[in-house]
Design a protein around this ligand. Sequence first.
Ligand code: APR
Ligand code: PHB
Length: 405
Amino acid sequence: MGTITQGIQRSRTQVAIVGAGPAGLSLAHMLARQGIDAVVLERHDESYVRSRVRAGVLEQTTVDLLDDLGLADRLHREALRHNGFYLRFDGQTHQLDFHADTGRNAWVYGQAEVVADLIDGLAARDAPVRFGAADVAVHDIDTDRPSVTYTGADGTRHLVEADFIAGCDGFHGACRAAVADRIRTAERAWPFAWLGILAHSTPVAEEGTYSVHPDGLAVHSMRGPRLSRQYLQVPAGTDPAAWSDAEIWAELRRRGAADDAPEIESGEIIERSLALLRSLVSEPMRVGSLFLLGDAAHIVPPTGAKGLNLAVSDACVLSHALGGFYAERRTDLLDAYSDTALPRIWQAQAFSWNMTSMLHRTDGDGFDWPLRRARLQRIVDSDDDRRAIGHVYLGLPFPTRWRYA
Ligand code: APR
Ligand code: PHB
C-alpha cells in the first residue's frame, strides 16, 4: 500500500475518490472496468453507510447502467418494478402509467441496497472502500499532482497522491468546502420539509402514491410487502421527535384518505428522519484537478427522487472523460465535464421543482389549492402532460456513455 515516511503512509493512485455514496461507488466501478486505478475514502464506518435510510426510486436509465456494470442481479430479484405512480386528490386515486407509454419502468430499491451492492462489488474486485477515513483534506488541486490526506480507521496518517480527485462526499464534505469560494451557487430553499418514516405496515397501493391534500402532501412509498416508506410535508425546522407515532399515523391517514381505497394501515415505526427541501446547483463542477459529483455539486428536493440518479449520471460523465484521458491523453472531455453534466442536472431540477410546487401546500391562501388542483387535473386528463412527466421520471438518457470507446 505504499511507503511510510515521517509517520505518514504514502501511496499513489490515478483517481482518489472521496465519499462512498452512489456517486463515488458507481464511479469506482466504471473506472475499474476501464482499467483505471482508484481508491475510495469514506468518513463513516461500513455498517453506518450500509444502513443509512434514504430515498429509493431508481430510473430505468440508472437500472440499465447497473445492468451494464453487472451489478443488478440482486436488484432484479428484490426490487419492486413500478409502471409509474399514483396521484390522489379530492378523495380519488389516479394511476399514471408511464410504462404503457414508454415500455420503461421505475424501480423501487432503497439507496442503502444500491450502496451495499456497489460496496460488495468493489470488495469482490479486491478494491475495497477505505471506511473510517477521518480528517480528509485535499491538496494541490491547482496542479496535476493533487493529493488527499486522511487518518485511517487504525489511526495511521495517509497521503494518497493522484492525477485527479473526485469529490463525491456530499454537500457537507471536504471537497466542496475546499473550493467553496471558487464555485457559484444558484439556490432556492423551500419553506417545508419531509418527515420520513420507515414502518412495518402494508403499503397503501401497489405503487408510490402522492396524496395531495390542501393541508399538505403525504407520500406513500414502500420497500417491501410489509415495509412502507412514508413522508409528511411539515414546516421547515420541525423537530421530528415532536410528533408522536400516533400523530404521524393520524395525519398520514387524514391526508391520504380516499373514497376508492381502504384506510392506511399503521404499524411499528422503525426509523424516522427529517429531510430539508432545497434546490441548488453549483458551477463549475470542476476546479483544477478536483471534480465535484452528486450532492457535492447539486441538491434536488426529494420529490420525484432524483438525487441518487443524478449522482450516477455525473459519475457516467466523469468516467467517460477519464476514460478518454487515460486511453488517448484527451483533456477536452475533462474540460467539458461541467458543461456536459449540467444540462441534465437542470432538467432534473426543473422536474423536481415542478413536482414540488405542484404537490406541496405553499402559502395556503385561496389561490394555492385551486391552482394546484388544476395542475393535477391536467396531468390526469392529458396524455401529453402525463407523457412529459413520465419521460423525465423514468430517466432522461445520460449525457455520455460511461465507457470511453
Ligand atoms: N470525508 C470522507 N467522506 C465523506 C466526507 C469527508 N469529509 N463527508 C462526507 N463523506 C461521505 C458520506 O459519509 C457519504 O457516504 O460521502 C458520502 C456522500 O454520499 P451521499 O451523501 O449519498 O452523496 P452522493 O453519492 O452524491 O449521492 C447523492 O444521496 O443523500 C442522497 O439525496 C441524496 O440521493 C442523493 C444521493
Ligand atoms: C421513496 O420511496 O423514498 C420516495 C418515493 C417517492 C419520492 C421520494 C422518495 O418522491
